[in-house]
Design a binder for this molecule. Structure first.
Ligand code: PLP
Length: 231
């Protein structure tokens, strides 16, 4: 099957899950995660109507942004991987979104390094909703303090929360961490923050995520196929 066909299948999965959850499918944005895949695959997805792409590795992502520079103002580039402080400048200069904010220092650097005249960088706080099994993301009880500190940084616009839950086999088990993230976002909103983004759901658990209120799902394998990592 082609990338266009896989994309259509994923759009159908989102539409069905949204329908089952009595949600409007247009309230769920599909992000195609293109890490490890070439710029030509991004172009094929673009030709099939896809406009938002996620990358995990700074240099690899920027290589594709540059290769597709002619489409730059039609594509939204999302940085979704772990971010070290020596790479924040490139991300602040090149990307539209960062989903993986888990410490204030990284957020402060991104804010300071966002180029003058660019729109604020959209950011999400990554939360560890799976307990000890996962090391990335801020702990849920630390999310509010970090969110309030990030929300006032001038170069950033805090949009919401992101999570990468541990894999689980059943829909019910998959829903547990997604529910936690949604409830945490509700709490932060009640505390005065304006948030509109719940970034959760990947190829294996997008239905559970949409059921629990995901507004952005990040799909790699189901659209571009199985990844092979080379060193
Ligand atoms: C790789 C990745 C995805 C996509 O995962 P699939 O299971 O291939 O859909 C989504 N989010 C993040 C943060 C990732 O690193």
């Amino acid at each position: 099957m082609s990338i266009a066909q896989h994309l259509e299948e994923v759009r159908q999965r989102i539409a069905k899950a949204a329908h089952d959850a009595s949600r409007d499918a247009s309230s769920v944005t599909l992000l195609t995660v293109s890490k490890t895949f070439p710029a030509d695959d991004v172009r094929a997805a673009f030709d099939a109507g896809q406009r938002a792409f996620g990358e995990n590795y700074v240099q690899e992502g920027i290589g594709k942004i540059e290769a597709l520079a002619g489409m730059r103002d039609q594509i939204e580039w999302h940085f979704i991987g772990p971010l070290q402080s020596n790479k924040t400048k490139l991300v602040a200069e090149q990307f539209d979104w960062v989903h993986s904010i888990d410490r204030l220092k990284i957020a402060e650097r991104l804010s300071a390094q966002r180029p003058e005249g660019s729109r604020a960088l959209n950011v999400c706080i990554q939360v560890n909703v799976s307990g000890e099994a996962s090391k990335s993301g801020v702990e849920p009880d630390e999310a509010a303090a970090l969110a309030h500190a990030v929300a006032v940084l001038p170069g950033l616009r805090l949009r919401g929360l992101m999570a990468i839950p541990e894999p689980a086999d059943t829909l019910d088990a998959q829903r547990v961490p997604h529910t936690r993230l949604r409830e945490l976002m509700d709490t932060l909103r009640a505390g005065g923050l304006t948030l509109d983004t719940l970034s959760m759901g990947m190829s294996a658990d997008l239905e559970a995520a949409v059921h629990e209120g995901a507004t952005m799902v990040r799909i790699g394998t189901a659209i571009l196929g199985k990844r092979t990592y080379t060193t």
